[in-house]
Design a protein around this ligand. Structure first.
Ligand code: IVH
Length: 664
């Protein structure tokens, strides 16, 4: 037998080379079986000689899960997003602004497909992949190195002539075929199917266990060398040339274009050819090639002026609407859903589409049994565009919303100021399930491992009826359930335990108060500081809050007035869940408690004036009413000024306003 050290080196090189040929050069030389054979031999050899294992060995793609969930990673440079153009005019407008920004110089442009996946940043230090992160908020993302290492298209080590540091951004995605296969497998396992390849990619990367990510056929293409300037590189094409040389797969086809008409010609080519690409693309990205020109153009509002995404129009398809089913959501709202004859739209199989409510069905004029046109725009959920009335044969049936809940059979109600019809039975099994799913979901208490399937099981087995019951579960109780044994049960209980530390806004979201989403929850948390105070808030106090109108205030009031909810909150408190938050409202600003209206043209931008007023403690509203205390009017003020006069409300000018703020 050959020398193990020698053979190890050989195997590592053969596997690396095979990956490179497959993912970067698109020219595989090994069959899948040969590749698997080499990998198996490598694993066997390393099992026998553990000292041969190095961190960049192809065997190390699947490592141990990180202990503490995802760490946050600060990006070296902000990960920007792209401004959009939806048609030729908007593209021409972007181009004109570029030329203006370059004092009349016409920039050389590069155009490439826009991939529909998930942006990631990779950092190579001395040729070794040392960091990988999601975009997050652009400044800070989630560290996903352990998962990214499982993606074979991403080299763990760079090739030829790489510099000390390489920072690159690109897209992680699934090819269309792999996406369909993954969804079929998910369906068989009774797991949730992904709405589109982008969600599938995101869901796969955000797995704590890299072994799961490794089973997902993710791939990667680079589209930006972030530290190109520091490396003395002049432009985008040169970046791509280098990235390829270092062994990274780059996005393509790349086309050099000058001016609007050349860009448009390439756009048409990509649009016509998108069906032949193995992966989904949702538009064309056009970038200024020269880094010096990019620098001069700069960035506005999180997107660079030097690049634009010219989106493809939504893809449409025609299919039969078999029936309209009705689903019941967390707050009891009945939603009609079009059950469709499965059809492929933009590379994704679509078999249902929400019709939102009865009014929407009436607006569309759609009947059960109709042929309908449906569309999917980018990551947007499929929707019914219109029925093809000329294809009707008389067998179609008019749909009407049921007057009983399809799940619990109780009578439904339609509130006067809502389009929605609701099941108001709080014990309705559909609502119980949705409330629990919502409570555990990522934006709420974020209980890892408590997905839809587990929630269903816990409910079916009678272990939980409401969120508070979760905190009484023990590993022993869960282990009794079929298929839920061992470490998994312990992890779930640990995750439930950890959720006790959820922040106040997340807890407010988790309660599932109708109309209260993330923004409102944040505002409520900042104003009231804890659930006890929020529970006691009057309608007046609630409507003082930015974004809380009478409907939302009433929903909040009703929620806390319901004895069941009060009991739930009490019980949760008993389990140690009673998050607090420092109240951020200023104690006494110069405009404390005043409701003011800004009107007419003011010297400073409207947002800035509004922010100043809010910081000073005022509530800024858009219309003048009896509740208004003060109107700040500039030249050209019209009806609001007149109304203020009618109501006898104090009116001041901008200068006086700033003086009162102590700014003037
Ligand atoms: S360049 C600073 N090129 O689109 C410029 N982005 O809407 C960085 N995307 O977050 C982006 N294909 O995830 C660029 N060929 C491409 C792209 C691309 C897809 C994504 C990327 C970005 C998003 C912006």
């Amino acid at each position: 037998m050959s020398d193990p050290v020698e053979r190890h080196r050989e195997l590592v090189n053969l596997i690396r080379e095979a990956n490179h040929r497959y993912y970067v050069l698109n020219d595989p030389t090994l069959t899948d079986a040969e590749y698997d054979g080499l990998l198996a031999e490598l694993l066997a050899l390393e099992a026998e000689h553990p000292d041969l294992v190095t961190p960049d060995s192809p065997s190390q793609r699947i490592g141990a899960p990180p202990g503490e969930g995802f760490e946050s990673v600060r990006h070296r440079a902000s990960m920007l997003s792209l401004a959009n153009a939806t048609d030729e005019d908007e593209f021409a407008e972007w181009h004109r602004r570029c030329v203006d920004g370059l004092d009349g110089e016409e920039p050389l442009l590069v155009a490439e497909p826009k991939i529909d996946g998930l942006a990631v940043e990779l950092v190579y230090s001395d040729g070794v992949l040392v960091q990988a992160s999601t975009r997050g908020d652009g400044t800070t993302g989630e560290g996903i190195l352990h998962n990214v290492r499982t993606i074979r298209a991403i080299p763990l080590r760079l090739r030829d002539g790489y510099p000390l540091e390489v920072i690159v951004t690109g897209e992680v995605f699934l090819e269309k075929e792999n996406f369909l296969r993954l969804n079929r497998a998910q369906e068989e396992l009774g797991e949730k199917v992904f709405a589109n390849p982008r969600n599938a990619a995101a869901g796969s990367l955000r797995q704590l266990d890299p072994a799961i990510t490794a089973r997902r056929p993710l791939t990667f293409l680079a589209y930006n060398l972030v530290n190109a300037s520091a490396l003395g590189i002049a432009g985008h094409r040169e970046s791509f040339g280098n990235l390829e040389r270092w062994g990274l797969p780059v996005n393509g086809p790349l086309r050099v274009v000058r001016g609007v008409s050349e860009a448009e010609a390439f756009y048409d080519e990509l649009l016509a050819g998108r069906g032949e690409l193995a992966h989904e693309i949702d538009g064309m990205v056009v970038k200024v090639d020269s880094l010096a020109q990019r620098e001069r153009l700069g960035t506005i509002a999180r997107s660079p002026r030097w690049a634009v995404a010219w989106k493809f129009p939504p893809e449409r398809a025609v299919t039969r609407l078999k029936t309209i089913a009705v689903s019941v959501g967390r707050t009891g709202v009945l939603t009609p859903v079009a059950e469709l004859e499965p059809v492929r739209v933009g590379g994704v199989m679509v078999s249902s589409a929400s019709l939102h409510n009865a009014d929407e069905i009436e607006r569309l004029g759609v009947l059960e049994g109709d042929w309908v046109e449906i569309q999917r725009a980018g990551d947007v959920i499929p929707e019914v565009v219109e029925p093809l009335t000329e294809r009707r044969d008389g067998s179609e049936k008019l749909f009407s919303m049921p007057d009983r809940c399809p799940v619990c059979k109780e009578k439904v109600v339609k509130l006067t100021d809502e389009v929605a019809v609701r099941c108001v039975n709080l014990d309705c099994p559909a609502q119980v399930r949705e409330r629990l799913r919502h409570f555990a979901s990522r934006g709420a208490m974020d209980i890892e491992g408590l997905g839809a399937k587990v929630v269903d099981k816990l409910i079916d087995e009678g272990l939980v009826k409401n969120p508070a019951d979760l905190y009484e579960l023990t590993p022993e109780l869960i282990e009794q359930l079929e298929g839920f044994a061992g470490k998994w049960a312990e992890n779930l209980i640990a995750a439930i335990g950890e959720s006790r530390g959820a922040s106040l806004p997340r807890f407010i979201i988790a309660l599932g108060i109708p109309h209260v989403g993330e923004t409102t929850a944040e505002a409520l948390a900042a104003s009231f500081g804890n659930i006890g105070t929020l529970t006691g808030a009057t309608e007046e106090e609630l409507t003082e809050i930015e974004g809380v109108g009478p409907t939302v205030a009433a929903a909040i009031g009703d929620f806390f007035a319901n004895p069941r909810n009060a009991r739930l909150i009490e019980r949760l408190k008993g389990y140690g869940i009673d998050p607090r938050r420092e109240v951020t409202r200023k104690e006494s600003g110069p405009l404390d408690g005043l409701t003011i209206v800004l009107t007419g043209s003011l010297g400073r931008p409207r947002d800035e004036m509004t922010a100043l007023a809010r910081d000073a403690g005022a509530k800024v509203t858009s219309s003048v009413s009896r509740k208004t205390d003060l109107v700040v009017a500039g030249p050209g003020a019209g009806s609001k000024l007149a109304k203020a006069g009618d109501l006898g409300i104090e009116v001041i000018g901008e200068e006086e306003f700033l003086r009162r703020l102590g700014e003037g």
